[in-house]
Design a protein around this ligand. Structure first.
Ligand code: 5GP
Length: 220
């Protein structure tokens, strides 16, 4: 039996150069995107989180440079002016953006990046770089379950939960702008599916830039 955790299951060859990909996970809040992202980062050392810049204050336990780069409005304005973002958007009254910085060069080196961004950011990123972007949308099993999960967090009061539910419905309406859609009925099963998508996408011919010399060699 093939061990689904084994890196050999991806059929990847470290000696064959491959271009990195931009793996986007979006979902309404409460559908499990953050959990799945964490599982993916822990299980796969070829993918790194793209750390966003935000003007929202840090929550308890959040670390600057790890969860986000926390900046003030003036810094964010400066970055917009200097064209330092792939994309940026207003979300829940704050601004969030993806800094270009190291991503462009690292993709060439074969580094994959995980993006935990909403549909607006996904659309902008896709417009800038279609060939490297893989868009995955995670859906909750039902609206009742989504509300239950948001309430179980017990982090927010009722008004905030209502606002998040409304935003969740709006976010769900963009499901058809994604390449893959996974329903998160069970977190382990959902994670396994997301991982299969990542593995398959890495094998796309256009990303496997090392194939040309390899195949030439096979044919001589
Ligand atoms: P939170 O404040 O709960 O960490 O994130 C709120 C929302 O902002 C989430 O839906 C998240 O996907 C979105 N978000 C986080 N970083 C970015 C970013 O760089 N760009 C965009 N467009 N959305 C982001």
């Amino acid at each position: 039996m093939i061990d689904s955790n084994s890196p050999t299951n991806t059929q990847e060859r470290p000696d064959l150069h491959r271009r990195g990909l931009m793996f986007i996970l979006s979902s309404p809040s409460g559908a499990g995107k953050t959990t799945i992202s964490r599982m993916l980062l822990a299980a796969d050392d070829q993918i790194k989180l793209s750390v966003s810049v935000t003007t929202r204050p840090a929550r308890p336990g959040e670390i600057d440079g790890v969860h986000y780069y926390f900046v003030d409005d003036a810094d964010f304005d400066r970055m917009v002016e200097e064209d330092d973002f792939y994309e940026w958007a207003h979300v829940f009254g704050h601004r969030y953006g993806t800094p270009k910085g190291r991503i462009r060069n690292a993709l060439k080196e074969g580094q994959d990046f995980l993006f935990d961004i909403d549909w607006q950011g996904t659309q902008q990123l896709f417009q800038k770089d279609q060939q490297d972007v893989v868009r995955v949308f995670i859906l909750p099993p039902s609206i009742a379950e989504l509300r239950r999960r948001l309430e179980a967090r017990a982090q927010d009061d009722k008004d905030v939960i209502d606002a998040r539910m409304e935003r969740a419905r709006a976010e769900i309406s963009h499901w058809d702008a994604y390449d893959y859609v996974v329903i998160n009925e069970d977190v382990d099963a959902c994670f396994a599916k997301v991982r299969e998508i990542l593995h398959a996408e890495r094998m796309k011919r256009q990303r496997q830039t090392g194939l040309i010399p390899f195949v030439r060699e096979l044919m001589t």
